[in-house]
Design a protein around this ligand. Structure first.
Ligand code: GEM
Ligand code: ZN
Length: 382
């Protein structure tokens, strides 16, 4: 029996939406493309809603410009995420044929959302900041403004007493890396739980948290840049109020309060593992810093199966670090432990989850492991 499928409607006019419709006339196989960041050629992030699905029928979708994306080699082994309710997200088997990334769904409901990773909605960010300020000992210390004027809160957990270590965690400089703000929600959840780890850590240190460094890019469904087309993780030597006010704000706050440890939270398109990058290429790199980096990595490995040190970026040669990156710039300026923490858009293949791959929940759990790791070494940071 031939089933006549009703026409589909594809929509992305919402927070973090990104898709271009090439041809939606065939509801069995819709032809799509990913829209580049505004004022930049970068693209990889996608997020859109499909309505008009016929439950029980198979609908296929192709992102036809995938081979021209920023990380075209990252589509191999990648599976898209989908949700019927924007709460529970699951992986959809996807295929990259060297040009397009395609995936199909046997519809269970009339509509569905697809995305490159589980989105962290701006509304959830606003609730997170409100919730954080209700936690005893957590305050909104300052707030910056993005290019388009969106709020960039800096929270501090702890009383700012003299002599306490200052531990900075910033997230989502790259707006498509939504796992980063899921991680920050995990930090704030642990602050709210106020468990023994948090109490012991806050007795010795204050946490300085910027949960989203790039709200404009996140809202516009960008992968990599702010609303001036700047890659914020290449702006740490020449930040300006005009082109990179987000970084300019963070640097000013660091200068005001000081930094004893820094973690810049990111996501990685290609490597199916959680890993860190560090400051081995900095001109001011020392054995003290090398030891702290090793201590952090080996401890985090012992605390969670969702971290490893076998896979990651190629180490920088001595003196060859790109000092425009946050990790390197902050590590050099404050002579402190400074790391880029990378979570995968795919899965953490050392401990895979076939249903979800890497996810918001796993990003949140990793945050707790990082806090536990920081507690074990807070006395060694200086
Ligand atoms: C990366 S950080 C790149 C660090 N590279 C080395 N070799 N240390 C970036 O900004 O390109 C972070 C990210 O995009 O997730
Ligand atoms: Zn990044």
């Amino acid at each position: 029996m031939t089933v006549t499928l009703s026409p589909l409607h594809i929509d992305c006019a919402f927070d973090a939406g990104n898709i271009l419709v090439l041809d939606e006339t065939n509801p069995s196989h819709t032809q799509l493309a990913i829209r580049p960041d505004t004022h930049s050629g970068h693209f990889q992030w996608f997020h859109f809603k499909v309505s008009g699905l016929t439950p029980g029928q198979t609908h296929r979708f192709s992102l036809n410009n995938a081979s021209e994306s920023s990380y075209k080699n990252a589509w191999d082994g990648y599976n898209a995420v989908a949700s019927y309710d924007q709460k529970t997200w699951f992986r959809v088997p996807s295929q990259f044929d060297g040009k397009a990334l395609s995936f199909e769904i046997k519809a269970e409901q009339e509509h569905i959302w697809f995305a490159y990773f589980e989105p962290y909605p701006r509304a959830r960010h606003n609730q997170l900041i409100e919730r954080a300020q209700q936690i005893e000992g957590v305050e909104l210390l300052a707030h910056g403004r993005s290019v388009e004027g969106r709020d960039i809160p800096l929270l501090r957990a702890g009383n700012g007493a003299e002599g306490k270590r200052k531990l900075w965690l910033i997230a989502q400089q790259h707006p498509g890396e939504h796992m980063a703000e899921w991680f920050m929600e995990g930090v704030i959840d642990r602050l709210q739980a106020n468990d023994a780890t948090v109490q012991q850590l806050l007795a010795k240190a204050d946490l300085y948290l910027i949960p989203n460094m790039n709200p404009d890019g996140a809202f516009h469904g960008h992968l990599r840049t702010n609303f001036k087309g700047k890659d914020l993780n290449r702006a740490w030597q020449d930040a300006s109020v005009e082109l990179s006010p987000e970084v300019f704000f963070a640097q000013a706050q660091m200068k005001q309060y000081g930094v004893d440890a820094f973690i810049d939270v990111h996501g990685d398109e290609e490597i199916p593992h959680v890993f860190t990058a560090a400051c081995e290429g900095n001109p001011g790199y020392t054995q003290r810093i090398a030891k702290l980096e090793e201590q952090f990595r080996s401890t985090l490995c012992s605390v969670t199966p969702d971290f490893q040190t076998t896979y990651g970026y190629t180490r920088d040669e001595p003196g060859q670090a790109n000092m425009t990156l946050a990790c390197n710039a902050v590590g050099q300026a404050y002579d402190c432990l400074s790391l880029t923490l990378e979570m995968p858009f795919k899965d953490h293949d050392d401990a895979p989850n076939k249903l979800t791959g890497w996810s918001g929940e796993r990003s949140k759990a990793l945050a707790g492991a990082v806090l536990e790791t920081l507690l074990t070494m807070v006395d060694d940071l200086r």
